[in-house]
Design a protein around this ligand. Structure first.
Ligand SMILES: Cc1cc2nc3c(=O)[nH]c(=O)nc-3n(C[C@H](O)[C@H](O)[C@H](O)COP(=O)(O)OP(=O)(O)OC[C@H]3O[C@@H](n4cnc5c(N)ncnc54)[C@H](O)[C@@H]3O)c2cc1C
Length: 375
């Protein structure tokens, strides 16, 4: 059985960032990831620029790609009523296909070990973790990070609260050729029971990604008819779907997306990214939170390895506290904004209010984002 300082379960943005950070600090790292790279993921692919200083610290730049520099937000309601505003910090348009693969390649060159298998058991005993994959391969470590995303069979294994009930959300994503779409824009268009984001990626393709409820989706039989009969009620989305050329054979979709509260510590594992909590996508901050949470966990783990007076209890307590202080308010704000947006009469009123006050709009955007993450 091979032993590591840290095992990371899940090689998405949180897992890969933590791998890079911990490896930079000299620890031996195993990432267990169930899918080979590169692969597409359901995601709006707008990354808040708050992550850029920290990515630079990890020697990650987007220089090999022609990423979209995004500094404007357009928002519309079903009736076509619109506001457009400058984004205080702005963001970068890059596909998950390219972004995750970039971090993976860097981590490999830094000596991070990857095994492409799904984990289905984690056992903690005598201050060590025993991690078992579906293929019955076993690995041990002093520390294990849970960075396996929104929902996994592991959540059943740990009997986490949020998997005890069904979640009502599903997400759909595809890339389109739509050359007229501005490089610097992220658009958020509302429709009955959901909203869609549009923004350019490094290939020039426009990413079209939406979140909706089962309640709204079940009125139609499939994605095509949902797009035609519900999504296209918004005139911007109608034009996009009419004029745009789909670049995927079929859209990707995920179900059972939960925004319920989760714990940042589970079975002594430090949980990072969506495994610790998912912000509503309309905020465009999930990827930044995943990366930031990996940084917070990595710093505390390195302290645990270097300072013998810093116990496991202290490590777990410090991570839960810092996670709450850093992200709870953002998550709360995301929930409030989402319920406002999906209530037709309230959203009309709110759009009127913020449309007349760029100051309020700016404040709202800032309250769902963090400050630039420095090392
Ligand atoms: C519809 C939608 C739109 C979004 N749009 C945006 C946006 O525009 N901007 C933004 O910042 N955020 C957005 N988000 C949020 C963002 O996608 C997530 O917050 C981000 O992907 C979290 O990264 P992560 O590393 O925690 O998880 P993930 O990227 O999901 O990575 C988890 C990894 O774990 C692996 N895994 C899972 N189970 C196991 C297992 N048992 N064993 C081994 N490996 C496993 C998976 O294969 C995966 O690679 C959106 C989310 C949704 C649902």
């Amino acid at each position: 059985m091979v032993d590591y300082d840290v095992i990371i379960i899940g090689g998405g943005l949180a897992g890969l960032t933590a791998a890079l950070h911990l490896r930079k600090n000299g620890h031996s790292i195993l990432v267990l990831e169930k899918q080979q790279y590169p692969h597409h993921k359901v995601c709006g692919e707008y990354v808040s620029n708050e992550v850029l200083p920290y990515l630079e610290y990890l020697d990650i730049t987007f220089s090999e790609f022609q990423v979209a520099q995004i500094d404007a937000l357009q928002f519309s309601l079903v009736n076509g009523r619109t506001i457009t505003t400058k984004l205080p910090l702005g963001g970068t348009g890059i596909s998950r296909y390219a972004f995750d693969d970039l971090l993976f390649r860097k981590a490999k060159t830094q000596g991070v070990v990857f095994v492409f298998e799904s984990v289905d058991k984690v056992h903690f005993e005598n201050d060590r973790f025993l991690v078992t994959t579906q293929r019955e391969n076993r690995f041990t470590s002093k520390i294990t990070l849970g960075a396996y995303g929104k929902r996994s069979t592991l959540d059943m294994h740990f009997k986490r609260d949020f998997v005890q009930h069904k979640s009502t959300w599903l997400g759909v994503k595809a890339h389109y050729d739509f050359p007229d779409f501005p490089d610097n824009l992220v658009a958020l268009h509302n429709f009955k029971g959901g909203y869609a984001g549009l923004s350019k990626t490094e290939t020039g393709a426009v990413n079209f990604c939406y979140l909706t409820t089962y309640e709204s989706f079940k009125s139609e039989k499939n994605i095509d008819s949902f797009n035609a009969n519900v999504v296209s009620k918004n005139p911007f989305l109608a034009e996009f779907l009419r004029e745009g050329e789909p670049l995927f054979q079929s859209p990707l979709s995920i179900a059972q997306i939960s925004f319920d509260k989760k714990k940042a510590i589970e079975n002594h594992m430090l949980m990072c990214g969506d495994s610790a909590g998912l912000i509503h996508p309309l905020c465009g901050n999930g990827m930044a939170m995943a990366i930031h949470s990996a940084k917070l966990a990595s710093e505390l783990i390195s302290k645990y390895f270097s300072d013998t007076s810093f116990s496991r209890d202290q490590l777990e307590g410090a991570y839960q506290t810092t996670w709450d202080q850093t992200f709870q308010h953002r998550l709360w704000m995301g929930r409030r904004l989402q319920s406002l947006l999906l209530n037709p009469s309230l959203s009309q009123w709110a759009l009127g209010a913020v449309g007349n006050s760029p100051w309020i709009l700016n404040k709202l955007i800032k309250s769902t984002h963090g400050k630039p993450i420095t090392s």
